[in-house]
Structures are given as C-alpha cells and as structure tokens.
Design a protein around this ligand. Structure first.
Ligand SMILES: Nc1ncnc2c1ncn2[C@@H]1O[C@H](COP(=O)(O)OP(=O)(O)O)[C@@H](O)[C@H]1O
Ligand SMILES: Cc1cn([C@H]2C[C@H](O)[C@@H](COP(=O)(O)OP(=O)(O)O)O2)c(=O)[nH]c1=O
Length: 221
C-alpha cells in the first residue's frame, strides 16, 4: 500500500473496452479475486449511480434526447461532470480508506467515444485535447486496463446478454471503437496503460488481467 502525494493510500484501476468486451464481468471478477487475497476492493462504474450518471443512462437508452448539433460535446461535458461527482462521492473516499477502487470505464471512454464521430484527423485531435481539458480535475488512474476484443465477438456477447441495444451499439461504430482502443497508447501517451486480449474464455481473460495488474496492485495486503 502506498502513501500518495494526494493523501490517497489505495490503488485506482480502470477497465476499458468496447460494448460487450466483458469489462463489467472482469471488473467484478478482479474485485472478487482481490477480496479472496484479503485486500479491500471496491468495484464501481461510469456512468455512475449519481444524479448525472442517472441522466446519462436515460440518454444511452434513448429515453432522453440531446440536441443533435453538438451531441458529442454535450455528452463529453455530462460525462466529465458525472466523473467529478463520482470521484468525490465514491472513488476518493474509498482510496483514502486504502481500497483498490476498480472502475468499469473512466476518462478513456470519453476520449474515445466522444471523438469517434469525427472523420477528420485534425478535428478529432482537437476534440480529444478539449475532452482532456474538460477532465483535467479528474484524478488520474494508477493504471488503465484495455480489454481488447474483436467487434464480432463483442457483438455476439451483447446478443447473448440480451436487453435493448444502447446508443453506441452499431456494428460499424463498434469496429471503429475497437480500432481506437487498440491505439489508445498513442492517444493517452504518458498515462499507465496495459492491454489484455479479451477474446478468450472468462477464466483465461481473468488470469491475464491478474498477471497484467500484479506490478501495479500487488497481491498481498
Ligand atoms: N470472456 C468471455 N467469454 C464469453 N462471454 C463473456 C466473456 N466475458 C463476458 N461475457 C459475457 O458477455 C456479455 C457481456 O459482458 P459484459 O461484462 O456485460 O460486457 P461489457 O461490460 O464490456 O459491456 C455478458 O453476458 C457476459 O456474461
Ligand atoms: C464513461 C463513458 C461511457 N460512455 C459510453 C460507453 C458505453 O456505450 C456506455 C456505457 O454503457 P454501459 O451500459 O455501461 O455499457 P457496457 O456495460 O456495455 O460497457 O456509455 C461514453 O460514451 N463516454 C464515457 O465517458
């Protein structure tokens, strides 16, 4: 356990990937693995369960519609606001208490999803810089795990999971998102990021995640 400059003792881990990559499954399993090793672990997700996160869930399920002209920017601002609320209400208090906090999605989702609609490289780079600026007060994760999965595999898993499809769940868009996640290091160079192949069965992926995170989280209390 480390005493960080910001007074947090815990470790902040983020799981990222396209829809159906298995991040929810793997975040839960990693939390259970840590608890089995007698570590304090708290699993959470974005959009959060707070007021802005609840509004975002209504947008994602298309029960609330945002103005179409600046939808990406509006979404990025809502996600950034939800993130600050999530940190203050849930992430930071657990880190202060020494927990490993595992968030299913965080800033990288905003960077990738809210810029993917821009075809022009320059316009996309500008948008990413603006999103990062909007998130400048958000605590940096100690490590982000990107669970890379072929879009066809993820689509199959979403079908098996069932439920209504959400805002971003179109095959062509998901394929572009998968390519963007593979290149995440180029986008957020400097931040600690590890890639794990998420195409295997659940246990194989969990084992790979445990190995990849060991240098950052450790195994013992
Ligand atoms: N490695 C895996 N192999 C097969 N099915 C998986 C795997 N990981 C997750 N699933 C299943 O795929 C569906 C989507 O997984 P989920 O964890 O909800 O994905 P995400 O949170 O990334 O959208 C769920 O029904 C889950 O049980
Ligand atoms: C946190 C975050 C999520 N999202 C999107 C990604 C997902 O499509 C959706 C989260 O929905 P969720 O139901 O959690 O999807 P999944 O379990 O499949 O990951 O919100 C953004 O576009 N920007 C963000 O900053």
């Amino acid at each position: 356990m480390r005493e960080r400059e910001d007074g947090n003792n815990g470790v902040f881990v983020v799981f990222e990937g396209i829809d159906g990559a298995g991040t929810t499954t793997q975040a839960d399993r990693y939390g259970s693995f840590l608890r089995g090793r007698r570590r304090l672990a708290h699993v959470t997700r974005e959009p959060s369960g707070g007021p802005m996160g609840s509004l975002l869930r209504l947008v994602l399920t298309q029960r609330v519609n945002l103005p179409s002209r600046h939808r990406d920017a509006t979404m990025a601002l809502l996600f950034a606001a939800d993130r600050l609320d999530h940190i203050e209400a849930e992430v930071a208090p657990h880190l202060r208490d020494g927990y490993v906090v595992i968030s299913d999605r965080y800033e990288l989702s905003s960077i990738i999803y809210q810029s993917i609609g821009l075809e022009d490289e320059g316009a996309r780079a500008d948008m990413i810089a603006w999103i990062r600026h909007a998130n400048r007060h958000a605590l940096k994760p100690d490590v982000t795990v990107v669970v890379d999965v072929d879009p066809e595999v993820a689509a199959q898993r979403r079908r098996a999971r069932g439920g209504a499809s959400e805002l971003f769940e179109e095959p062509e868009l998901q394929a572009r998102l998968a390519r963007a996640y593979l290149r995440a290091d180029e986008i957020i160079g400097g931040d600690r990021l590890v890639h794990v192949d998420g195409n295997g069965d659940v246990d194989t992926v969990t084992d790979a995640i445990i190995r990849a995170l060991e240098p950052y989280v450790g195994e013992g209390p």
